[in-house]
Write a protein that binds this ligand. Structure first.
Ligand code: FES
Length: 106
C-alpha cells in the first residue's frame, strides 16, 4: 500500500491508499477524487487525467514516456511536472506522493 495526496485547485486535500502497481488515475477514479476523469481508461489517449506532480516528487516520479510527452504536446500542454496520471504507477517508494489536480480537464 502507498498513499497519494491529491490537492485540488482550491487547496482541498484527499488522501487515498493505493495498491502498488495501480495508477494514480485508477486510484483517483476508484475513490471519487474530483478533477480526474480517466475517460480512455488509462491508454494515454484522452489526457483527462492530467495532474501536476508536486515539486518535492519530481525526481522520484521520473521522466514521462515518449507517448505521454506526445499526448501532452499535442494538447499544447507540456509544462514542468505535468503528467498523465494513468502513466504514474504506484511503487512503495512513492508512498506520500503529492499531485495537484487541475480546475478542469478540458
Ligand atoms: S486516462 Fe486517458 S490519458 Fe490518462
Amino acid at each position: 500500500m502507498a498513499k497519494v495526496v491529491y490537492v485540488e485547485a482550491d487547496g482541498t486535500k484527499q488522501v487515498v491508499e493505493t495498491e502498488v502497481g495501480q495508477s494514480v488515475m485508477e486510484a483517483a477514479v476508484k475513490n471519487g477524487v474530483p478533477g480526474i476523469v480517466g475517460e480512455c481508461g488509462g491508454v494515454c489517449a484522452c489526457a483527462t487525467c492530467k495532474v501536476r506532480v508536486d515539486a518535492l516528487w519530481l525526481e522520484a516520479t521520473g521522466e514521462r514516456s515518449q507517448i505521454e510527452s506526445e499526448t501532452l504536446a499535442f494538447l499544447g500542454d507540456g509544462g514542468s511536472g505535468l503528467r498523465l496520471s494513468c502513466q504514474l504507477k504506484m511503487r512503495a517508494e512513492l508512498d506520500g506522493l503529492i499531485v495537484h489536480t487541475p480546475e478542469t480537464q478540458y
